[in-house]
Ligand binder design. Structure first.
Ligand code: AQP
Length: 337
């Protein structure tokens, strides 16, 4: 029986060994919650990963590692469809159709491409990196997703997805669901602990402000305790004047479920050190079982692979149907079998 629940789709790149706190709070945490209420499709986007150079052995290992971390975070293959993007060839096939619909100008306006190509040296960026937002459009439209749970940095790509869905539907007739971004305000952007003016990112210039979930818990505690705050002493949520403290409060609040106002009251008259020490403890309590669970999934690669194979089969059933409709609408001659 097809599900009548609204559908969500999202993905994460297997580009670094460990997920960071921004990935978890900005996206993965919502994925776990949404599997209870939505028909949820989540994938490890290995085709996106190769838009920048990857070592083949590491990429394969990181793909399994990403899947293990998603399971450790709470994704349940009985409640959602978890798969690897390259196991469903329809992603690359629909991406071509979308590439032929997207304007060069609109693709050029994607800020993620500008940022990432600047990091790799503008002349060294691949065509794949340039068109990766279009592959993302295909990822989302293939599943007729209603909502896409992501961090703020992905908002522009969801806008592009909406534009291309509208354009396709307008030109060829109603085909694709036009998706909405699902971005939670409180965790839309987790900031670097050393430089709270930039987002926490695996490609930050120093690892000191980056919390990797698989780091040794002692390292995690140390990073939290040396987070940059300000010269004031008041623990108050004020993103403009106190970005460092506000970032710590957001993280603390999300991980414990305590409201920010409650935390402000609890720490009234206390020093920043007290907040950091307590948050370090909360972080350690969170990452320690996460690391153990991830390792348990990695210790049994056969089960992990067969679970991903089942996920790909479920995903393909949906993706193949959408692709066939899109091919037909565009006017491609069906192959005779
Ligand atoms: N700092 C963040 N705050 C909130 N959400 C974030 N996301 C990433 N960073 C933050 C969200 O995580 C999901 C997966 O993103 P990705 O596959 O792009 O992961 P990444 O490549 O590891 O992200 P980085 O660190 O941001 O990579 P670089 O340094 O390459 O740019 C997405 O939903 C994203 O919004």
């Amino acid at each position: 029986m097809p599900s009548t629940r609204p559908r969500v789709l999202s993905g994460i790149q297997p580009t670094a060994g460990s997920f960071h706190l921004g990935n978890y709070l900005g996206a993965v945490r919502q994925w776990v919650a949404l599997q209870e209420s939505h028909d949820a499709f989540y994938m490890v986007v290995d085709l996106h990963a190769i838009t920048v150079p990857q070592d083949p052995v590491e990429l394969r290992a990181n793909t399994r590692l990403a899947a293990a971390q998603l399971l450790a975070a709470g994704l349940d293959p009985e409640r959602c469809t978890l798969f690897v993007q390259s196991h469903v060839p329809e992603h690359a096939q629909l991406a071509w159709i979308m590439n032929c619909l997207a304007g060069f100008g609109e693709a050029s306006r994607m800020t993620q491409f500008k940022d990432k190509s600047a990091k790799h040296g503008a002349g060294n960026a691949t065509v794949g990196l340039f068109t990766y937002p279009i592959l993302q459009v295909a990822d989302i439209l293939l599943y007729q997703a209603n909502q896409v749970p992501v961090g703020e940095d992905q908002r522009q790509h969801i806008e592009l997805t909406r534009d291309l869905a509208d354009r396709f539907n307008g030109r060829f007739g109603e085909t694709f669901t036009v998706p909405e971004p699902y971005i939670l305000k409180e965790t839309a952007k987790i900031y670097d602990l050393q430089d709270p003016s930039i987002k926490m990112s695996k490609s930050a210039s120093t690892p000191k402000g980056l919390i990797n979930l698989l780091d040794d818990p002692k390292t995690t505690a140390k990073k939290v305790k040396s987070a940059v705050t300000d010269t004031d002493t008041v623990i108050k949520y004020d993103t403009e004047n106190k970005p460092g403290v506000s970032n710590l409060l957001s993280i603390y609040s999300t991980l414990t479920g305590k409201a920010i106002a409650e935390l402000e009251a609890e720490y009234e008259g206390k020093m920043y050190g007290a907040l950091k020490t307590d948050l370090a403890e909360v972080m350690v309590e969170f990452v320690t079982p996460f690391r153990t669970r991830t390792q348990q999934y990695l210790d049994d690669p056969e089960t992990l692979d067969s679970l991903l194979a089942k996920g790909a089969e479920k995903a393909r059933a949906v993706a193949a149907e959408t692709l066939a409709t899109a091919y037909d609408k565009v006017g491609l001659l069906p192959a005779k079998h």
